[in-house]
Write a protein that binds this ligand. Sequence first.
Ligand code: HEC
Length: 158
Amino acid sequence: MKNRSINQLSKAILAILGLMCLGFSIVIIILLTPGEQFIQEPNYSFYCGVQSETEPHTDITQISVLEQRGMILFKESCAPCHQCSSEALVGPGLKGISSRKSFRWIVNWIQNPSKVLKKRDKYALKLFENFNRAEMPAFPNYKKEDIKAILAYIELYP
Ligand code: HEC
C-alpha cells in the first residue's frame, strides 16, 4: 500500500515535470518565433562595421561601385581604429574629414602619417597629442583612387 502511494506520487511528479517542460518549450518557441515587428527587410547594414539601431541601414545594392570598393577597403584597414561617425575609437571619427582637410593632405597622411608628423604639420601634431601619441600605420600601397573610394564610403554616413 505504501509502495503504491509512493509510486503514484512519483508518477504525479513526473507528470508535473513533463508539463513544465512542455510549457517551457512552448514559451521558448513563442519567444523565438519572429513576430511582425521582427521581420526585417533583407538588410545589408554596413556602416563602418558598426551596426546600431540608430544608424540607418543602407542597401548595398544601392551604392555605387566606388563606394562599395571604399567599404571593403575601409573595413579591411581602417575600421579597427576609425568610425565614419564623429565618434572616436582608437583614432578620430572620420565624419566630415573631406571638408576638414584637403584631399592632398589626406592622401599624404594615409600613405605616410609619420612623414607628415616629421614635417611638423601643426594639425597632425595636435591630433597626435590628442590621441595619446598613438601612431597610425602607413598605407603606402593605397593610391589616390583607393583613398577616393574610402572617402566616398565615409561620406555615405549621414
Ligand atoms: C591602428 C589604428 C589606425 C588604423 C588602422 C588607421 N588609423 Fe587613421 N588614425 C589613427 C590615429 C590614432 C589617428 C590620430 C592621429 C595620430 O595619433 O597619429 C588617425 C588619424 C587619421 C586621420 C586624420 C583624422 C582627422 O580628424 O583629421 C585620417 C584621415 C585617418 N586617420 C584615416 C585613416 C584611414 C583612411 C585608414 C584606413 C586606410 C586609417 N586611418 C587607419 C589610427 C588608425
